[in-house]
Write a protein that binds this ligand. Structure first.
Ligand code: IVH
Length: 675
C-alpha cells in the first residue's frame, strides 16, 4: 500500500472495483478474473476495517443488504412520474400521431425511438454529484416509497456515476427513471431452487421483482436476482443533459447504467409500427408487454404536455393479450425426481399468441387453495414469452355451482403410497423410494448429458423399461441384457446393441458425473464437482458428516443434510452396492495439498454462451480441476473456452493464435488429462 497517501489508494481501489463491477454485471464482459476481482474486494474490506470512518454508502462493499427497516419512508418525486397511453394496433398508433401532428407542426419532422416496454417495477433513482443517494417506487406518481437500501443490492445499479473516469459530466442532481426486473432465466432458476427446497414458488418475474423490492429486510432483496434497465431522465439540477431521447439513452449508457440494447431510432412512424409488428417478446431475456414509441425531440415532447397522467409525446403499443380465459377441465399431479408432487391444470385447449395451451402450472397445492381454484372453473391463463403458462385465478362470476373444490391427493398418483406434507413446507412428497414415477424422473436425470450421458436412452425408452419391470432402481440399468431389450416394442438388433454399448461406456464417467447423476436434492453439476474434488469415492462421501460437507464452502446446512440423509438411506446403500458390483465405481484424486489435477498450469478465458454450463459453472469446473480462469486474452492464455455469440475476446484470441475449445472439448480435455 502507498504509505504516503492511504486514502488515495482507497479511493483508487474503489473506482477500479466500480469499473470492474460494471464490466462484469452491466456489460457481461469482464477484463479481470473473478479471482483478481475478489482480491480487490478483500483489500477494500481490509482498508475499511482499519478506517471505518472512510466508508460511505457508495462504496462497493455496501451492497450486501443493510439492517431491516420498520417501514418505508415517503419520498416526494421532483416532478410527477407520468404513465403512458396505450395503443393496441397500428391504427391506434396512427391516430395518436395524427392527433399530435395537429397540435404542433414539428411533430411531422421529428424522429422516433422505440424501446421495449419493460414489465417490472418503476423506480426513480436520485444521484447527488454522481453518488446514488435515494431510490423510490413510483407510488401514486407524486409520492413514492423510499427503497434505497433495497435498490443498493442490485449489482447493475451504479452506486456512483460515471462508472469510469473520463465518462460524461454529471449534473449536480440527477433523477433517472427505469424499471427493476427479473430476467426470465433467473426467475426459472429461482423457482427451481425453491421447489427443490420444498418452498413456495413465485408466480411471475414481475411480482417477484416488485415483492423483493418492497421487502423490509434488504438482506432478502440481496438474494433475489434483480436487474435494472433505465430509460429516462426525470429531472436534473445544474448541468447539461441531452435534448433528444436517443442521446439520453446513449448518455445513460455512457454513465454506466444498463439500458435496453434493443432500443432503436427510426425516421418515420411507419418504420416504428413495422418494428412493433415484427417484435417477438419471446426473444427477450426479460418480460415485456409491449413497445414504447417516443418522439425523439424532448423539447417538443415537453411542449406537447400531458393528458391526465399520460404524456402526449409517447405511446405504448401493447402486444395482443397474453391472458385468455378457458375451462379448467381437471387438475393433474406430476411426481418430480425428488418426490415433490406438483399440480397442473388440464385445460380446454386455448390459443395465446399463436401457441395452443392445453396445460398450465398451478405451482403448488397452497396456491390452488389460496386462489380458490375449483375443477370446472373458468380460469384466466397467462403466458409471457417463454415462461410456462400459469393460471392467474378463477372467474368467480362465471360459476354455476357445478365446480368442485380441489383436495390434494392423499396418496401418490403413481405408486399409491401415502403422501407426506412436512409441517414447515408447502410441498407434498411421495417418500416411497421405489415409486415408479420418481424412478422414471431419476433415471431421466441419471442418463442425461451432464450426468452419465447415456446416448439413446430418452424419456420414452426409460418409461418403457420401467413399465416392463426391467428397472426398479438406477443400478438395474447395468444389468440389462440385449435379449431383454429385444423383447420390447421398437427394439431391433442394432438399437439394442447400441444401447447396451452406451450403458457400458458410461461406466467410465468420472466421479463428479456419477455424484450429479444420483439426483441428491440440491446437488447439481457444480456441487458434484466440489464433492468429487474432496472425496476419493462414494464410500468416502457416504461417510462424511454434514458438518464436514458444510466446511467445504458453498454447501449450506440443508444441502449438507440432504447428502448425508441420502447416503443414510438403506435403499440407496443397496443401490450403491449394486452399482459397485457392476463396476460403476469411479474414483478421484483427493484434493490433498498439492495433488496433481488435470488442468494444473493451464489458463482459460471464457467467452460467449456455452451450451449447458453457465459461466460460473464453467469457471468452477476449470478451477476444481486445477486450471485458472482470467478475464482477458493474452499470449499466456492456454485456451479460449468458446460459446455462442462470443465477444471481442474471440478476435483477440484469433490474432494471438490462442487455441479454442468448445464445452465438450473441455470436458474431454479434463477426462484425457485425468487418465
Ligand atoms: S417512458 C414520460 N419507457 O410502463 C415517460 N416507460 O404503462 C413515461 N415502462 O409507467 C414512461 N418501459 O413505468 C417508458 N421504455 C419505457 C418503459 C416504460 C416500461 C413503464 C413505465 C410506465 C408504464 C406505463
Amino acid at each position: 500500500m502507498d504509505a504516503e497517501n492511504p486514502k488515495q489508494v482507497y479511493e483508487d481501489l474503489k473506482s477500479q472495483i466500480r469499473y470492474h463491477n460494471y464490466r462484469y454485471y452491466v456489460l457481461d464482459d469482464p477484463v479481470v478474473s473473478d479471482f483478481e476481482y475478489d482480491q480487490m474486494l478483500k483489500q477494500l474490506e481490509k482498508i475499511e476495517a482499519q478506517h471505518p470512518d472512510w466508508v460511505t454508502p457508495d462504496s462497493p462493499s455496501q451492497r450486501a443488504g443493510a439492517e431491516p427497516q420498520d417501514k418505508f419512508e415517503k419520498v416526494v418525486h421532483p416532478v410527477p412520474i407520468l404513465s403512458l397511453a396505450n395503443a393496441y394496433d397500428p391504427q391506434g398508433l396512427r391516430d395518436w400521431f395524427d392527433r399530435i401532428s395537429k397540435l404542433d407542426e414539428r411533430v411531422g419532422k421529428t424522429e422516433f425511438t422505440i424501446e421495449p416496454k419493460l414489465d417490472g417495477l418503476t423506480v426513480v433513482l436520485r444521484y447527488d454529484n454522481g453518488v446514488f443517494t435515494q431510490g423510490a417506487t413510483r407510488g401514486n406518481g407524486v409520492i413514492g416509497e423510499d427503497i434505497t437500501a433495497n435498490l443498493r443490492t442490485i449489482n447493475v445499479l451504479p452506486l456512483r456515476i460515471p462508472v469510469q473516469p473520463g465518462g460524461p459530466a454529471v449534473p449536480e442532481v440527477l433523477y433517472v427513471r427505469g424499471e427493476a426486473l427479473i430476467y426470465k432465466s433467473d426467475f426459472e432458476n429461482l423457482n427451481q431452487l425453491l421447489e427443490e427446497a420444498g418452498e413456495k414458488t413465485y408466480l411471475n418475474p414481475r411480482n417477484t421483482a416488485a415483492g423483493s423490492l418492497r421487502q423490509l429486510d434488504p438482506r432478502i432483496t440481496a438474494q433475489r436476482p434483480l436487474k435494472l434497465l433505465v430509460y429516462a431522465i426525470v429531472a436534473h439540477r445544474n448541468g447539461e443533459i441531452p435534448t433528444s431521447q436517443w442521446e439520453t439513452l446513449e448518455y445513460l449508457r455512457a454513465l454506466g447504467f444498463p439500458v435496453a440494447a434493443s432500443s432503436r431510432r427510426v425516421a418515420t412512424l411507419e418504420d416504428a409500427i413495422q418494428i412493433c409488428m415484427e417484435t417477438d417478446p419471446g426473444q427477450f431475456a426479460y418480460e415485456l408487454d409491449g413497445m414504447v414509441i417516443k418522439l425523439n425531440d424532448l423539447a417538443l415532447s415537453a411542449d406537447l404536455g400531458v393528458v391526465g397522467k399520460d404524456p402526449r409525446g409517447a405511446i405504448a403499443y401493447k402486444f395482443p393479450a397474453e391472458v385468455v380465459s378457458t375451462k379448467l377441465v381437471d387438475i393433474g399431479v406430476n411426481v418430480g425426481r425428488t418426490g415433490v408432487l406438483t399440480p397442473y391444470a388440464i385445460l380446454d385447449p386455448v390459443e395465446i399468441r399463436g401457441a395452443v395451451i392445453k396445460q398450465a402450472t398451478l405451482h403448488n397445492f397452497d396456491y390452488i387453495a389460496e386462489t380458490d381454484i375449483r375443477v370446472g372453473d373458468r380460469v384466466m391463463v397467462k403466458r409471457a414469452g417463454e415462461v410456462i403458462p400459469y393460471i392467474i385465478g378463477p372467474v368467480v362470476d362465471a360459476r354455476d355451482g357445478t365446480e368442485k373444490p380441489y383436495v390434494p391427493p392423499p396418496v401418490c398418483p403413481s405408486c399409491g403410497e401415502p403422501v407426506v406434507n412436512p409441517p414447515d413446507e408447502v410441498a407434498y412428497y411421495c417418500v416411497n423410494s421405489s415409486c415408479p414415477a420418481q424412478l422414471v424422473r431419476n433415471l431421466e436425470h441419471f442418463v442425461s448429458q451432464g450426468a452419465m450421458d447415456i446416448v439413446g436412452l430418452g424419456i420414452n425408452t426409460v418409461q418403457q423399461l420401467v413399465d416392463a419391470g426391467l428397472l426398479t432402481d438406477l443400478a438395474d440399468l447395468y444389468h440389462l441384457s440385449k435379449n431383454q431389450l429385444l423383447k420390447l416394442e421398437g427394439f431391433k438388433e442394432k438399437k439394442a446393441e447400441n444401447l447396451i454399448a452406451s450403458i457400458e461406456a458410461s461406466k467410465s464417467q468420472p466421479l463428479a458425473r456419477l455424484i450429479n447423476a444420483l439426483g441428491i436434492r440440491g446437488v447439481g453439476e457444480v456441487a458434484a464437482q466440489d464433492l468429487a474434488a474432496r472425496y476419493h469415492d462414494l464410500d468416502a462421501l457416504s461417510q462424511a458428516s454434514a458438518e464436514e460437507i458444510e466446511a467445504i464452502g458453498g454447501f449450506g446446512p440443508s444441502i449438507a443434510e440432504n447428502i448425508t440423509e441420502w447416503f443414510a438411506s438403506p435403499d440407496n446403500q443397496a443401490m450403491l452396492a449394486k452399482l459397485r458390483a457392476s463396476g460403476v465405481w469411479p474414483t478421484a484424486e483427493e484434493k490433498t495439498a498439492g495433488g496433481p489435477r488435470p488442468l494444473d498450469g493451464l489458463t482459460f478465458v471464457i467467452t460467449g454462451t456455452l451450451p449447458s454450463l453457465s459461466r460460473a459453472e464453467a469457471k468452477n469446473l476449470i478451477e476444481t480441476n486445477g486450471g485458472k480462469v482470467t478475464g482477458s486474452v493474452s499470449a499466456r492464455t492456454s485456451y479460449l473456452l468458446l460459446g455462442e455469440d462470443p465477444g471481442s475476446k474471440f478476435d483477440k484470441a484469433r490474432q494471438l493464435g490462442v487455441p479454442m475449445l468448445s464445452e465438450a472439448d473441455l470436458q474431454q480435455l479434463i477426462k484425457d488429462k485425468a487418465q
